[in-house]
Structures are given as C-alpha cells and as structure tokens.
Ligand binder design. Structure first.
Ligand SMILES: Nc1nc2c(ncn2[C@@H]2O[C@H](COP(=O)(O)OP(=O)(O)OP(=O)(O)O)[C@@H](O)[C@H]2O)c(=O)[nH]1
Ligand SMILES: [Mg+2]
Length: 264
C-alpha cells in the first residue's frame, strides 16, 4: 500500500485548525478514503472532536502545570518538548491504523509548532515522503491587506523552518461576503493588487518597507494562491483535496484558487 499522505494543519490561534481537521476527515470519509486524525495539542479542551490518536494520552497540559508548578504558557513550552519524547509512541499508535491520509492538528499556540526545535523532530518522526503543511489564513486577519501580508510572512517562516511543501488555505470563508472573498483571493494571486491595498490601508505607508515586502511577496507568489474553505458549511473540501493530491503527486506549483464549489 502507498505511504499515507500526512497533512499538518497550522495557523494562528483560533484560525480553525481543529474544525478543518474534523470537516476534512468527514469529507474524506464520504469519499471512502481511509483517514486517521492526530491531535498534537496537549492543551486542547475536550470537545466534540475525538481524534484517533491523541497526544493527551501521554502529555496533558493541566498535569504539566501542576507537576512542575508552571503557568499555562510555561507549561505549553515544557509540554512541547515532552511531546517530542513521546513521539515514537504516537507513531506506533498511528501504525496500528490503515490510512491513506493522516490529518495532524497542531497546538493553538502557533509559535510552539513554528519555532521550537522539538517540532521539527516531531514532524521528522511522524512523516514520510508524502507530507505537507497546510497553513491557515484566518479571515479575521486576512481581511485586511496588512494582516494578509503578516500571515503570508508567517507562512513563509513555517516553510523556511520545515522545508516541506506548503498549502495556504483561507478558513471560515462563510463569514466573508463574495466581494471580500474575491479581494482576498486576488491578493494571493496577484501581489500588485495586494501592494495597492496595503498602500490604501496605511495612510502614511513606509514606502521602503512596503516595497521590500512587495518584492518578497512577488518572489513567493507561485505558492501564495489560497484555497478557500469553510468547515461550518463544508465547502472547498474537494478543492482542498485536489490541491493536496497535486502536491503529493509532485505538482506543488500548480495550486489553484478555484471558487468554492457548492456542489458537494
Ligand atoms: N463561521 C465559521 N467559524 C468557524 C469555522 N471554522 C472554525 N470556526 C470557529 O472558529 C473558532 C475557532 O475554531 P477552532 O477550530 O477551534 O480553531 P483552532 O485553530 O483549532 O483553535 P486553537 O486550537 O484554539 O488555536 C470556533 O469558534 C469555531 O466555531 C468556519 O468554517 N466558519
Ligand atoms: Mg484547535
């Protein structure tokens, strides 16, 4: 059997990682594609989502706080490294499943996944050749041109650190008007429209900084195109699947920003 495709869902706190993992799992189920979900967030609140493999079976945030007398942030940092020590147990547990896809939900504190060395060890231990990082753009930030630029830079930072194929997604597209959605997607497709929008948003733009950022965006443009999704309305999941498959089959530069297909 072909090696499973592993997708790490990351993005700023509340960007919609857990909801999208859940929605995509549901969609893959409807397509009869074997999928396994993994929770790597030791502080995740028990909710409606029950991952197949759960890091909280080994590391739990409240226990780390209690045992080491740490506050929530210190405990998150300590837990991030403890997870790396348990990752082979996680991997063993995963190996017990038959999966074509592995969906990995990462900690809400984005910087713990993005910036700690232990995350690289975790990704190396869990992933085979077919893996990618889905970086989620939250409309709360992406709606403004300056927020979009900031998210694009964060996404580039993740790519720089992990050296894995990236897929940039726009989540919660249902909260956007068609006009807003079109505008955000155009920023992904064409850095010039983004440059103009940044200029309009900032009354006294720092011309030098904007120009340099614009150049960086231009260089990154082939991978900036966003796939719009909505976990709530179950939209864009087929387009997400197609984009993922394209990357796993070696066509990372061909991501598209097709409009949401309502026919699901
Ligand atoms: N309207 C709408 N809301 C959404 C969607 N996806 C998630 N949300 C809401 O956004 C909030 C955060 O969603 P989560 O899925 O918990 O996001 P997360 O990135 O896992 O959050 P953390 O793990 O805490 O960082 C919740 O209130 C969700 O109900 C969506 O597609 N549409
Ligand atoms: Mg979450």
């Amino acid at each position: 059997m072909e090696e499973p495709g592993t997708i790490y869902f990351t993005g700023t706190a509340g960007a919609g990682k857990t909801s999208l993992v859940q929605a995509f799992q549901g969609w893959l189920d409807t397509q009869s594609i074997d999928v396994v979900t993994v929770n790597l967030d030791p502080g995740s609140e028990a909710g409606s989502f029950e991952p197949d493999v759960d890091i909280r079976d080994w590391v739990r945030l409240p226990q780390v706080m209690q045992e080491y007398g740490l506050g929530p942030n210190g405990a998150q940092v300590a837990a991030a490294d403890m997870i790396a020590l348990k990752i082979f147990e996680v991997k063993q547990s995963l190996d017990g499943y038959r999966a074509q896809y592995i969906l990995v939900d990462t900690p809400g504190q984005f910087e713990l996944f993005a910036f700690r060395e232990s995350s690289k060890a975790i990704v190396d231990a869990l992933s085979g050749d077919r893996s990618l990082i889905a970086f989620l753009f939250d409309p709360a930030l992406a709606r403004k041109a300056s927020g979009f630029v900031s998210l694009r830079m964060l996404s580039a930072t993740v790519e720089f650190r992990f050296r894995l194929p990236m897929l940039n997604l726009l989540t919660k597209s249902d909260v956007l008007t068609p006009g807003q959605l079109e505008e955000i997607l155009s920023w992904g497709d064409n850095p010039m429209t983004l440059y103009e929008a940044v200029g309009q948003e900032l009354p006294t733009p720092d011309v030098q900084l904007s120009t340099e950022l614009f150049r960086a965006m231009e260089t990154m443009a082939p991978q900036t195109a966003l796939v719009p999704t909505s976990a709530t309305e179950q939209k864009g999941l087929n387009v997400l699947y197609e984009a993922v498959e394209r990357i796993f089959s070696g066509g990372a530069d061909e991501e598209t920003t097709e409009p949401i297909d309502d026919s699901e």
